[in-house]
Design a protein. Sequence first.
Length: 133
Amino acid sequence: MKGDRITWNTEDEVMFYDTDVGGVVHNLAYLRMIEFCRTKLAMKLGFDLRTMAETEVYPVVVKTEITYRQPARLGDVIETLGWLEDWGRVRFWCAFEMRLKGSESLLISCRQQLAVVQMPQGKPMRLPSVPEN
């Protein structure tokens, strides 16, 4: 799926509330930025916000794997690239890389496994066919 993968890019400026007392981005801020990118990527996968609210069918995070390679700091602009890595029968994986804007140096790599559930029951659902790019 790499050659023709479904992707999304986002940018976030590191704000004061994203950092610790030393001006270094804390782990929760990275996850918030990944959440933003994943939400936009989900729209390309057919999970737009309005439809999810109407149908009560949501992709939910089952597992997160994250590797912190280098810190970002107050005032930096972080580019997040997200892509669909794998699409199974009941679960799928999204992957993310975060870099300082204009840099090739990797800050964060992350993978998240998701399942689709029908709410409010929390019933797992079978995935439809692989989305088109």
